[in-house]
Every structure is written in C-alpha cells, then in structure tokens.
Design a protein around this ligand. Structure first.
Ligand code: EPU
Length: 417
C-alpha cells in the first residue's frame, strides 16, 4: 500500500510552480476528439486522471502523444466504440466523452462515471441538455445510450449552474444545427478555457464565463494549439499551506483573479499576502482571526478548497464555521482532523471549528482528492509523523505533490508499506 509520510512543523520557503488545471484539462482532452485534425494541448498536468483519459482516447482508436507537459491528440483514427465500464469508472470526467462523441457522431454509449464519493453526483442535467438538443436517451442500469438523428440548437435553462452539464452541453452543441443558448450556465474559469479551445478549433461560442452562453453550430472543427490555464485549486491549496507554515513562500504561475474569494478570506483572517501579476508570496502569521465560509459556485468560495481551508481554521483564534452547499458528503476529512486533535462539530452541512489547536500527527486517510489535500496541510503543521493512506486520490489531482513540497522544505515521502 502506498502512503505519504509527513514529519510536520517544518517552515516552507522557496517557490512552488502551479501546474495546469486538472478540471480544465480533463474536459479539453475529450473535447479534442471533436476536431478533424491534430489538437495540441500544452501545460497539461501529469496526474493520473490524465492517464485515464488518455487510455479512454486510445481505446477509441485515437493516437495520443505525450511529451513533457504537452499532449497531441490525433482524432482521425477514432471510431465511436463503447468505452469499457472499467475505464469510465476511473474518473468523473469520463462523462465529457458523452457530449464530445454525441456532438461528433450523434450517438454515444457510456457508463455512469466514477470520481470522488462526495455526494450523489447525478448527471440528469447533462442528459436533459442532450434531450433538449433532440437526442433520445435510454438507460439500462448504469449504461446510457444517447442518440439523435440530428442535433438542433435550442434554449437550455440549467436548474443548477453545473460545471459538468455546461461543458457537456457545449461539447454536444458545437456541431448542432442552429443556435444553442445555455442559461444559468456555470461561470468557472475552466468553462472559459474549454470554450476557448473549441473556438480555436473553429466553433462559434460567446458568453463563456457569464451565465448565458451562446453556441452557433458549425459543420467542421479543425486542429489547433491550446494551453491549459493554471490550476486555481492547486494554487489555493498551496496558498493555504503557505498561510499555515510558509516563510516567503511564492506560489507561482497563477491567475490571482481566479482566487479572489480565497484571497479575500485569507486577508480577512489576517494572512500576509503579496499579490503579484502571476504569483502570490505568503507568510505564516503568529495568529489568525476566525471566519465563516460558505461554498458557492464561481466566483463564490470553491467547494474544492473548503477541505484544506478547514485545516487553516483550526489555527484561527475562536469559532469559525464552514457551510458546504455544493456536495452532500464533503466533510469526510473531519473525523481525521479530530483524530489529530482538532475541535470540530458537524451539524447537517455546517461544521464549527474551534481554534487554535495544536495538531498531532497520526495515521489518517485521504477519503477523496481534496480531503487528501487537507490531510497533507494538516500533516505539515502537526507535531510528529502523519501517515496518509489512500493516496491514489491525491495523485489523481496534484502533480508531483511530494516533489513540489519537498523542494520548499517539507519532510514528505511517498512510501510502500
Ligand atoms: N448536479 C445535479 N445534476 C447534474 C449535475 C450536477 O444535480 O446533472 C448537482 C451536483 O450534484 C452538485 C452541483 O450540481 O450538487 C454542482 O455539480 P457540478 O456539475 O457543477 O460538478 P461537477 O461538474 O461534477 C466539477 C468539478 C468538481 C467541483 C465541481 C464544483 C470536474 C471534473 N469536477 O464537478 O471538482 O467540485 O465542479 O465546482 O470538473 C475536485 O476537483 O475535487 C472536484 C470534485
């Protein structure tokens, strides 16, 4: 079994370079199959979710070349085969093959996707979007067949501003006849990044990043070159770690405006931040004020940073509150923080955290990706040794986390036990 071992209480200093955004790259790679020619995507993070998507593309027949931080997808040899359930279940983002294959071939057979168990994670809004475009959906247990004679643009209102549904509908609609309008669309930067790739391929998308996206269908999409935006969640995780144990710790290669909600919360508790054009330097402060956070869709406080931020709240003087509104099951890190000494009580979707508390290293579990990041943050400030199990969750989303943190002075090792 692979574990991460951390000897805590080290000061982290130096520079951490943020990689390309996981949640962007995992949509850009399936989107590439819509093109008729090579698509080159650079700044792709080296994480296991990308390996899984590459496997899916290859299972469809695509030629995929990976070189350092780039991936070149040649979609010409692709045939519209069924993606094996074992591959679809490896990650959440396998669902983007639904929109992309439906857009390209007007038919797709797909299994329900995998991913972190942070809630029920239905895909009803994706399917409703496909149906609104004229597709017929049949469902046999966890296998979905979505088929259309032709896809015709229409107005689609999303009941929830879902990231996945917004992207999936864009992927299906780029080659539909006429104009599709998505209302109450999600506004995350990753959506803008996907729309930019599609436009580079020849699509006609406007409004990405606002709540109304218009897609005018085109007949053909060509190859192009595209860059993944920096990962705002990886950056945010390292900023939180910097506030916990950084000394002039530079978080580099970021877009600070993507992190506005986190930056303002960090400033509110009294964090020492120097915000540059594409970097932030962070220093640990002696004490922090408590605060309340509520997770919301972008530009609100991201649910994906809620778990690491909880660790910082254990170091604030007084009572803080965290309210999770996106996922029903995103507090699985709390029992492990409690085992490390944190004073936390959970009622419904709100956790109350009393600080400051000295955390003590012990054996903990990465129950999901961001819970794992929270365990790493906790281990870095805890006294003694923290052993984190189920690290495969962490490696799905954080590129070279051990190497990056070691390079700024953390005592962290990946071990087989
Ligand atoms: N929802 C529905 N029906 C749907 C789709 C979503 O009810 O058809 C609900 C969900 O249950 C949830 C809410 O809508 O309560 C928001 O879900 P959304 O679709 O926005 O989430 P997602 O696309 O499945 C992406 C990220 C998540 C991130 C969320 C919210 C990817 C691959 N995943 O998930 O990232 O938490 O958006 O920002 O992009 C992570 O990186 O750790 C992670 C879980």
């Amino acid at each position: 079994m692979k574990v991460l071992e951390i000897m805590g209480e080290q000061e982290l200093t130096g520079s951490l370079r943020v990689s390309g955004a996981k949640n962007s790259a995992v949509a850009l790679i399936p989107a590439a199959l819509l093109a008729d020619d090579d698509v080159t995507i650079c700044n792709v993070p080296d994480i296991t979710d990308i390996d899984s998507l590459t496997e899916i593309l290859e299972s469809l027949g695509a030629k995929v070349k990976r070189a350092s931080e780039s991936i070149i997808v040649d979609p010409k040899p692709i045939s519209n085969k069924e993606i094996p359930e074992s591959l679809a279940k490896k990650l959440r983002a396998s669902y983007y093959f639904m929109g992309a294959l439906l857009g390209k071939y007007k038919k797709v057979t797909m299994y329900f996707p995998g991913g972190c168990s942070i809630g029920e994670r239905p895909i009803d809004l994706h399917l409703k979007g496909f149906e609104a475009l004229g597709a017929h959906v049949t469902n046999d247990k966890n296998k979905y067949t979505v088929e259309a004679e032709k896809l015709i643009g229409t107005n689609i209102y999303l009941d929830i501003a879902s990231v996945g549904a917004t992207i999936n509908i864009m992927l299906a609609a780029v080659k539909a006849e006429g104009v599709t309008e998505i209302d109450n669309a999600a506004k995350e930067p990753e959506i803008v990044n996907v729309a930019t790739l599609l436009n580079n391929m020849g699509a006609k998308i406007t409004g990405a990043g606002t709540s109304t996206i218009k897609i005018t269908g085109v007949e053909e999409l060509h190859g192009c070159f595209h860059e993944v935006i920096p990962d705002r969640i990886e950056a945010g995780t390292y900023l939180i770690i910097g506030a916990l144990c950084g000394k002039n710790l530079k978080i580099d290669n970021i877009i600070p405006e993507h992190l506005d909600s986190l930056i303002s919360k960090l400033q509110e508790i009294g964090a020492d931040l120097d915000v540059g054009v594409d970097y932030i330097i962070v220093n640990k402060e002696e004490s922090y004020k408590p605060t309340n956070i509520k997770t919301l869709v972008y530009p609100g406080f991201p649910t994906d940073l809620q778990q690491p931020f909880t660790v910082l709240l254990t170091q604030c003087s007084g009572k803080s509150k965290v309210t999770e509104t996106i996922w029903e099951n995103r507090f699985m890190h709390l029992p492990y923080l409690q085992a490390m000494g944190a004073e936390i009580s959970l009622k419904g979707q709100s956790a109350t955290i009393l600080g400051p508390i000295e955390l003590i290293g012990t054996r903990v579990k990465a129950t999901d990706l961001r819970a794992g990041a929270a365990m790493v943050a906790a281990g870095l400030i805890a006294s003694g040794k923290t052993t984190i199990t189920n690290v495969e969750h962490i490696l799905r989303g954080y590129e070279q986390i051990v190497e990056k943190l070691s390079s700024v002075g953390a005592k962290i090792e990946s071990k087989e036990i």
